[in-house]
Ligand binder design. Structure first.
Ligand code: ACO
Length: 378
């Protein structure tokens, strides 16, 4: 009998979803059948979050009620803010976010409510509270006081306000809103799958989100956006870009921000972000970061396009975030700020028809052995 192992679970189908469709060979991404470009152009993070959670576009009244719900839930318990301020300042913010998300559960008397209503209530509240938590971590790490949320700003605008301590321009708030839309959901990516795996044991929503944060943190997933900026700093100048790529490829090392398990063509999100990265760079008189990325993209497409390696969503996001006053170490928390909507929506969808996730492995270890007493071992 032959056994085939799906390494990295590649191509394994374990559930049905109505949320997100991806055609990796043609570079297509849709949520509820609507192309990501239309969401980015016409929608808001609040509206997309509603759509993912409810499986439909909201009416004007439904959107207003959902928006009010998010705004009403922005505050976090004072104990949590005190704890965040006591975290060591030099830890990676994803460690702080993972701890804070778990701490939030400790402070919620209904944390163990795994009914559909309970998961929804906690999920929506966490979507709202993530902005306050991440901004508070950023400010605490800089030795600054946290800024209270404001209910007259959008989710994106309020986050930038709490982060930088000053109200963003309408253009900045909208640019950040678009970045959140582009990152909100992406099918069965590693962190969403992790969130679902935890929920499938009928564990609580906080545990799902904490598991997902851990998965998102790694450099092969959400951590890649930060790694792209490290790479740009290492390259330094446009002239050094091609030699750097050549050396990396000769050493069989990965280039950050390119390649994807599903996309074997341009990630459509990277196209939208490239346009905005070009816009902000133009505004600053063509930043050298953008010029280096353009050079790398051309080189990668020429040399690796045949293998299906193209820029992914993380390739240009850093240039956009930097323009919004977001520090490199906060790029991955920003990813979590958006992706929490996808985690919550996917957990909600999966647990409505739950089955414990429990894959198997092919056993290739020793057989027919006996226990050897410790003194007799070599
Ligand atoms: N740079 C150079 N070569 C690459 C890259 C890359 N970034 N990615 C894949 N390749 C090559 C591999 O070396 C391999 O070549 P080979 O067939 O000659 O051995 C081939 O392309 C297939 O690559 P795999 O690693 O098998 O593809 P996989 O689906 O496992 O990888 C992954 C996907 C992990 C994202 C990979 O492309 C990668 O490490 N990219 C860099 C990190 C990154 O940007 N991650 C963010 C992904 S998007 C997100 O999570 C939001």
């Amino acid at each position: 009998m032959t056994t085939t192992i799906a390494k990295g679970l590649e191509g394994v189908l374990f559930t049905e979803t109505k949320l997100t469709f991806i055609n990796g060979t043609e570079g297509v991404l849709t949520h509820l059948g609507i192309p990501i470009q239309e969401w980015a152009e016409k929608s808001t993070f609040e509206e997309l979050s509603f759509a993912l959670l409810h499986g439909k576009l909201p009416t004007r009244e439904e959107l207003a009620a959902f928006d009010a719900d998010l705004k009403a839930n922005r505050a976090v318990p004072a104990e949590l803010i005190t704890a965040i301020r006591a975290y060591p300042r030099d830890v990676h913010p994803m460690q702080a976010l993972r701890t804070a998300a778990s701490h939030l559960g400790l402070l919620d008397a209904d944390a163990e409510d795994t009914s559909a209503e309970g998961r929804y209530r906690i999920g929506v509240r966490m979507i709202a509270q993530f902005s306050t938590i991440i901004a508070a971590i950023a400010r605490a790490q800089d030795g600054q006081d946290p800024v209270e949320p404001r209910a007259d700003l959008t989710h994106a605008g309020n986050f930038l306000y709490m982060l930088n301590g000053q109200e963003p321009s309408a253009e900045q708030a909208r640019l950040f809103d678009i970045a959140l839309i582009l990152h909100a959901d992406h099918g069965m990516n590693a962190s969403t799958f992790t969130a679902i795996a935890t929920a499938s044991t009928l564990s609580d929503m906080y545990s799902s989100v904490v598991s997902a944060i851990g998965a998102l943190k790694g450099p092969l997933h959400g951590g890649a956006n930060e790694a792209v900026m490290d790479m740009l700093d290492e390259i330094g100048t446009v002239d050094a870009a091609v030699p750097f790529i050549t050396q990396k490829l000769d050493n069989k090392e990965k280039i950050m921000g390119v390649g994807h398990r599903v996309y074997k063509y341009f990630d459509p999100r990277s196209r939208v972000l490239r346009d905005y990265a070009a816009h902000v760079s133009e505004k600053q008189g063509k930043s050298h970061y953008y010029s280096i990325l353009e050079t790398i993209e051309k080189e990668i497409v020429e040399r690796l396009g045949g293998k299906g390696i193209y820029p992914n969503v993380d390739f240009y996001s850093g240039v956009v975030y930097s323009d919004l006053g977001i520090k490199k170490s906060f790029f991955t928390p920003i990813f979590a700020l958006a992706r929490i909507s996808g985690w919550v929506a996917s957990v909600t969808e999966y647990t409505a028809n739950n089955r414990l996730l429990r894959p198997d492995a092919v056993y290739v270890g020793a057989r027919d052995q006996h226990y050897v007493e410790i003194d007799e071992r070599k």
